[in-house]
Design a protein around this ligand. Structure first.
Ligand code: F0G
Length: 457
């Protein structure tokens, strides 16, 4: 039968809350109209993040029971190390408690103040950690990414011509790092092709610039490469992922995504000196180099999770589920960034809500409406997050797009949950003008979207 079946069934469940419309209205008001401030027990379907929110397997929990909590050199560390080395091929592996800790340690050793870090698109914490290291993050997404409706297969790619211009231009001496985010979370969950990574490898080699991967979704990128890049049709996801790691000089990885665990991450390195510098920083700030802020039971879950995540049956079913949700949402009259990726869908709120100006934050407004109508939590990727504001929190430069991200936790929700999400969206799409805008009441200076408080405009 032509049905993509997940290669698992449900063994342990947890209840989800159902609130009345009035309770949701009150909860959102108490949260300052910022879904990050909601309590989990006020949320029916939580699509805020795919990070650390997945379900673990029975095999992972069985492994966790064997967790060795020795301070140094624990058995669990060597199980984790073997698995990560086997996957990535990097001689040096440093464990960290999550991706951004890896970013801080890596950039501390790799970037000097005043240098440039060039990326297809920096994730928000990556952007912040490059800045905190005194360097300047610069995004060079490929031109196709600017057209949200373009179904081009690899809209996560870097603009190779623009990269070469920087590497040969007047700023060439400033480039300290090229960092490729796979998949491109900041730009619609779009994958990066192997051809693009190979070209980056060649350019970085020629100009002697370190080339690293931000590989939080390495397995999902590998799956999409296998589906969309003819030269890799016969490769397994694991082989494709290994090839991507082989092309780079190192990586920083949040394992809260494709590690299929609630916490974890690592840095992979080839360079001995960089490893020594990062290891010293790691021991001072994260933990000894055989645990890096993780418990033995975490390392066990991760080692097993890394084996499960490259299963083609798992990746195929997950990709199919996201694509099905995209079709239901599109059929309901709401456009999503095309083509659909795997870990999230990005709703085009700017197009759905033309009656709201960027000053009224259409993406955020749609996110709030999803909560008010259906108890669904998600995150804005529009002017509230990316726009430039003056000191009185007035929007000066809007974001390019007003999007809302529906992130899909791994192995958590069924098709019925997704049908519900599509039904809530369909009701909004029937009468979009009832969605009201919002204005900022108070806002922190850095990483605004996490702590901002708003009110109906
Ligand atoms: N890089 C990418 C591409 C990410 O998506 C994330 C986290 C990080 C780095 C940082 O990793 O959270 O383990 O410290 N993304 C989550 C998200 C938070 O919801 O997209 P972390």
């Amino acid at each position: 039968p032509r049905v993509t079946l997940p290669p698992y069934r449900i063994k342990v469940v947890e209840p989800i809350p159902f609130l009345t419309a009035e309770e949701r209205r009150q909860a959102l008001a108490d949260a300052g109209y910022n879904p990050f401030n909601l309590r989990a027990d006020q949320i029916t379907i939580d699509l805020l993040s795919d990070s650390g929110t997945g379900a673990t397997s029975a095999a992972q929990e069985a492994a966790a029971a064997l967790g060795d909590e020795s301070y140094a050199g624990a058995r669990s560390w060597f199980r984790f190390l073997d698995e990560v080395r086997d996957l990535t091929g990097y001689p040096h592996i440093l464990p960290v408690h999550q991706g951004r800790a890896g970013e801080r340690v890596l950039f501390g050793g790799l970037l000097k103040p005043g240098q440039l870090c060039i990326s297809n698109t920096h994730f928000d914490t990556t952007h912040a950690n490059v800045t905190l290291a005194g360097a300047e993050p610069r995004d060079l997404p490929c031109p196709e990414a600017a057209d949200l409706d373009d179904p081009a297969p690899f809209k996560g790619n870097i603009d190779l011509a623009a990269l070469e211009r920087v590497l040969t231009g007047p700023e060439a001496h400033r480039v300290g790092l090229v960092l490729m985010t796979i998949t491109n979370n900041g730009l619609g969950a779009q994958p990066v092709s192997m051809a693009n990574l190979e070209a980056v490898r060649e350019l970085c080699g020629r100009h002697r610039v370190p080339f690293f991967l931000d590989a939080a979704r390495f397995a999902e990128n590998a799956w999409l490469v296998g589906q969309r890049e003819p030269a890799y049709r016969d490769w397994t996801p694991r082989q494709i992922a290994a090839r991507a790691f082989a092309l780079a000089d190192g990586c920083v990885v949040s394992l809260k995504k494709d590690g299929l665990s609630a916490i974890g991450g690592f840095i992979g390195l080839r360079d001995d000196n960089l490893h020594a510098a990062c290891e010293a920083n790691l021991i001072a700030t994260e933990g000894f180099s055989t645990y890096g802020g993780l418990a033995g039971h975490d390392l066990e879950r991760l080692a097993q999770g890394l084996r499960e995540v490259v299963d083609p049956a798992y990746l195929g079913a997950r990709a199919a589920a996201t694509a099905r949700l995209a079709r239901m949402i599109n059929d309901a009259g709401v456009d999503t960034v095309q083509p659909p990726g795997i870990h999230a869908l990005y709703l085009n709120a700017g197009r759905l809500l033309p009656h709201l100006s960027p000053q009224e934050f259409p993406g955020h407004s749609l996110g709030c409406q999803l909560y008010l109508d259906g108890g669904i939590r998600c995150a804005e990727l529009g002017s509230l997050y990316l726009g430039r504001m003056d000191e009185r929190h007035r929007l000066v430069t809007p974001a390019r797009f007003e999007l809302v991200r529906l992130a899909i936790p791994r192995r958590v929700y069924t098709d019925e949950h997704f049908e519900y999400v599509a039904a809530v969206l369909a009701d909004i799409a029937k009468d979009p003008e009832r969605v009201q805008g919002y204005r900022i009441v108070s806002s922190p200076p850095l990483l605004r979207h996490f702590k901002v408080r708003l009110a109906p405009a």
